[in-house]
Write a protein that binds this ligand. Sequence first.
Ligand SMILES: Cc1cc2nc3c(=O)[nH]c(=O)nc-3n(C[C@H](O)[C@H](O)[C@H](O)COP(=O)(O)O)c2cc1C
Length: 355
Amino acid sequence: MTLRLSSAGESHGPALVAIVTGLPAGLELDRDSVDTDLARRQAGYGRSPRQQIEQDRVDVLAGLRHGRTLGTPLALVVWNRDHKNWTWGMAPWPPEGHPSGKGTKAVTLPRPGHADLAGVQKFGHDDVRNALERASARHTAVHVAAGAVAKALLATIGITVAGSTVDEAGLRERIDEARKERDTVGGVVEVRATGVPPGLGSYATKEDRLDARLAAALMGIQAVKGVEIGEGFALASLRGSEAHDEIATDRRRTSNRAGGIEAGVSNGEEIVVRAAMKPLPTLMKPLGSVDLVTGEAAAALVERSDVAAVEALAVVAEAAVAWELAVAAKEKFGGDAVADFVEAHRAYAARIQWH
Ligand SMILES: Cc1cc2nc3c(=O)[nH]c(=O)nc-3n(C[C@H](O)[C@H](O)[C@H](O)COP(=O)(O)O)c2cc1C
C-alpha cells in the first residue's frame, strides 16, 4: 500500500490534523520523539511570541495501540492552544453571542508576498483571513509530526535524516538588525539523509524521479523559493570532468557532487538537498497595498509575526525530506508488517552487496 499523507487545519482554528495511510503494522512510535521535533520547529531564533502560547504536543486518535502502528490509518492531531483567543473569530459553526476575541473584524489589507490577494480573488472571499489562515505555515506543525513518523519507519532500515541552517556567520545578527528595523529575513537550509540505499525513485517517469519528488516536497513548504540537489546551481559552471562523481571498485563514489541522486534514483551516497527561504512577508513596517473595501491605497496588514523562520524551516524541511524518502522506501520494499519491510530491504541490500 502506498504511503500517503493528507492534512487539514487553519492557523487559529481548533486543531491541525493529519491522516497517514499505508504505514506497515508493528512500527514502534515514541511520543517524546514526535514532541521533540514539534518543539524544535517552534524554537528557532527570530520567531514570534505565538510559539510560547502553543507548546505543541501530538495526540493520536487512531491507528496506534500501545505505541505500535496497527497498519490502519493513523490520525494525528496538534491542538491550537491559541484558538481559545479566537473562539468567535474562527468558530467552525456560526457563532452565538456578541463578537469577542480576535478575528472578529474582516481583514481587507492584503500583504504583498502572502496568499492574501490571490487567495480572496481565487476563492471569492471578502475577508482575507479566509485565505491567510490556511496559507499560514502554522500547519507545518502536523507535517513535522508526520515527518517524525516517517523517520521512525526509515530508522528500521538504517536511514537517518537531519536538517540544519546552512552555516552562515551572522544569521542571528542579521535577524536582530531586521527586528530593530521592523523588517524580516530569509535564509538557506540543508537536509542530509544517510543510509539511503541505491535504488529509491526511478528514471521511468518524471513523477517517479526522487529528485523531482524532493524538490516538490521542499517547494511545497511556505516561503521556499529555490531548491538544489547536491551542488545544484554550482554544477552549471563546471566542466563534466569536474562535476561528476567517479565510481570506485566497491561501487561507492569518491565524491558526492550529485547529492546522492543520479537519473532520479538514489545512488547510495548521502542525499544532500538545500532550500532557499525568502524574507517573511508580514512586516511591522508594512509595504504598500490596497484597501479591498474602499479601493484606496493603504498600508498592508500588520499582525503578530516571525522576523525569521529559517531555523524552523530546517526542521520542516527535514520532515518533508523524511516523508518523501519514506514514501519511496515503502514503494520499493513494501510490507504490511514492518518486519516484512525490513526483510525486503535486507534481501535487496544482500543482492546488490550494499552495506
Ligand atoms: C516555519 C515557517 C514559519 C513562517 N512564519 C511566518 C510568519 O510568521 N509571518 C509571515 O509573514 N510568513 C511566515 N512564513 C511564510 C509564509 O507562510 C509564506 O510566505 C506565505 O504563506 C506565502 O507563501 P510563499 O512565500 O510560498 O509564496 C513562514 C514560513 C515557514 C516555513
